[in-house]
Design a protein around this ligand. Structure first.
Ligand SMILES: NC(=O)c1ccc[n+]([C@@H]2O[C@H](COP(=O)([O-])OP(=O)(O)OC[C@H]3O[C@@H](n4cnc5c(N)ncnc54)[C@H](OP(=O)(O)O)[C@@H]3O)[C@@H](O)[C@H]2O)c1
Length: 307
C-alpha cells in the first residue's frame, strides 16, 4: 500500500491502546510506511515532542515487527528550550545537531536504523555541505537508509542534490510537502510556520527526477473535504476551488467512493505517497479503501482540469 500513516496524534490525542489498534489494522491491510518526527506534538502545551516516536517504538517492541515497517522520522525542528511551543529554539541542522537528533529518534523508536530520515525544516544558517555530510556519515554507519527533505523549495533541493552528487554522498531521494487536490492561491503564506506547499514547479521537478519520491502531507485538509466542523483553509478561497470541489464530488458519486478516497486515489495515480493522519478506525478504513479506487485516464483528466 502506497499510503503512509501520519502519526502526530499517536501517544497523545490517540492513547496507546488506540494507537496500537490503528497500527495493527494498518499493518494487516498491507500498510508499511509510517511518518513521524522527533518533535510531534511539541506545539501542544505540556507535550515534549517525544510522544509520537515513543508510541511507535512501543508498538514495534510489542509486535516485534520492525522488519515489516518502513519507518520515516524527521529532525531539525525540535525545540532546544523545554516548553517552547514555537520553532524559535529549533535544534537546526548543524552536524552535531543532526547526529544528536538521530540518536534520540533511534532510542525512542527502539531501532538501530531509520528507513527515511527527513530534515524537517530548512536551516539556512548551516551550509549544505555540513548537513549533507552529516547525513552521509549516518548512512555509512547504517543508521539511516535514505534521506528526505521536508519543507524545502525546489531550487534548494536541486542545489542540495548537486552537492551530494559532487561528493558522492547520500542524496535526498524523498521530498515531503503539503499537497492536496485543491490548489492554493498563488503567493500564499501559510499560517502554520514551517509548512511549505508543493508548487507547480515542485511537481514538474518531481516528474523529471525518477529517483525522487514526493510524500504529501495534509492531504485530507484535516478532514475539511467532508466535515462541516473543519473549514477549508482561507488560501484555497478562489474561483478554481468551486470547480475542483464540484468535479471531486461528481467523480466520487460516479465511483461510489468518498471525496476523501478520490483525493487519495488522485495523489496515488500521480505516483505520490499520500500521508494520512487518522484518529479513528473509521478514518483509517476510509483511507485504506482509497487503494481500491481506480481512476482511469478520462477521470484523471477531468480531475486535473475541471471545467
Ligand atoms: N513535514 C511536515 O512538516 C508535516 C506537517 C504536517 C503533517 N505532516 C505529516 O502528515 C500527517 C498528516 O497530517 P495532517 O494531520 O496535517 O493532515 P490530514 O491527514 O489531512 O488530517 C488528519 C486529520 O484529519 C481528520 N481525518 C482523517 N481522515 C478523515 C476522514 N476519513 N474523514 C474525516 N476526517 C478525517 C482527522 O481529524 P481528527 O483526528 O480531529 O478527527 C485526522 O486527525 C501527520 O501525522 C504527519 O505525519 C508532516
Amino acid at each position: 500500500m502506497n499510503i503512509a500513516l501520519g502519526t502526530i496524534a499517536f501517544g497523545t490525542a490517540v492513547d496507546e491502546r488506540g494507537t496500537f489498534a490503528i497500527l495493527d489494522r494498518f499493518a494487516e491491510a498491507g500498510g508499511t510506511m509510517l511518518d513521524t518526527a522527533n518533535n510531534y506534538p511539541f506545539w501542544i502545551e505540556g507535550r515534549t515532542g517525544d510522544e509520537s516516536e515513543l508510541a511507535i517504538g512501543a508498538w514495534l517492541a510489542a509486535r516485534g515487527n520492525r522488519d515489516q515497517v518502513f519507518l520515516s522520522t524527521k529532525g531539525g525542528a525540535r525545540p532546544t528550550v523545554p516548553g517552547d511551543t514555537t520553532l524559535g529554539s529549533a535544534e537546526g541542522l548543524s552536524a552535531p545537531a543532526v547526529a544528536k537528533a538521530v540518536e534520540g529518534s533511534l532510542r525512542r523508536l527502539g531501532t538501530d536504523h531509520i528507513d527515511v530520515y527527513w530534515t524537517h525544516i530548512e536551516d539556512r544558517s548551516v551550509p549544505f555541505e555540513e548537513t549533507l555530510g552529516a547525513l552521509n556519515e549516518l548512512a555509512v554507519a547504517g543508521k539511516i537508509r535514505s534521506a528526505g527533505a521536508s519543507n524545502m523549495p525546489t531550487w534548494r533541493l536541486e542545489r542540495a542534490r548537486n552537492v551530494s552528487a559532487a561528493h558522492g554522498w547520500l542524496p535526498y531521494t524523498y521530498l515531503q510537502l503539503r499537497h492536496t487536490y485543491l490548489r492554493p492561491r498563488p503567493l500564499t503564506r501559510l499560517p502554520e510556520s514551517g509548512h511549505m506547499l508543493a508548487t507547480d514547479e515542485t511537481l514538474d521537478y518531481v516528474r523529471s527526477e525518477p529517483d525522487l519520491t514526493l510524500w504529501a502531507y495534509n492531504t485530507l485538509m484535516s478532514g475539511a473535504y467532508t466535515r462541516a466542523d473543519r473549514p477549508i483553509p482561507e488560501f484555497y478561497d478562489h474561483p478554481g476551488t468551486a470547480r475542483r470541489l464540484a468535479t471531486l464530488h461528481e467523480v466520487a458519486a460516479e465511483l461510489g467512493a468518498t471525496p476523501n478516497q478520490v483525493v487519495l486515489a488522485w495523489l496515488l495515480a500521480d505516483g505520490y505517497v499520500p500521508i494520512v493522519g487518522v484518529s479513528t478506525m473509521a478514518q483509517l478504513d476510509e483511507a485504506i479503501g482509497a487503494t481500491e479506487v481506480k481512476l482511469d485516464d478520462e477521470l484523471r483528466a477531468r480531475l486535473d482540469e475541471p471545467r
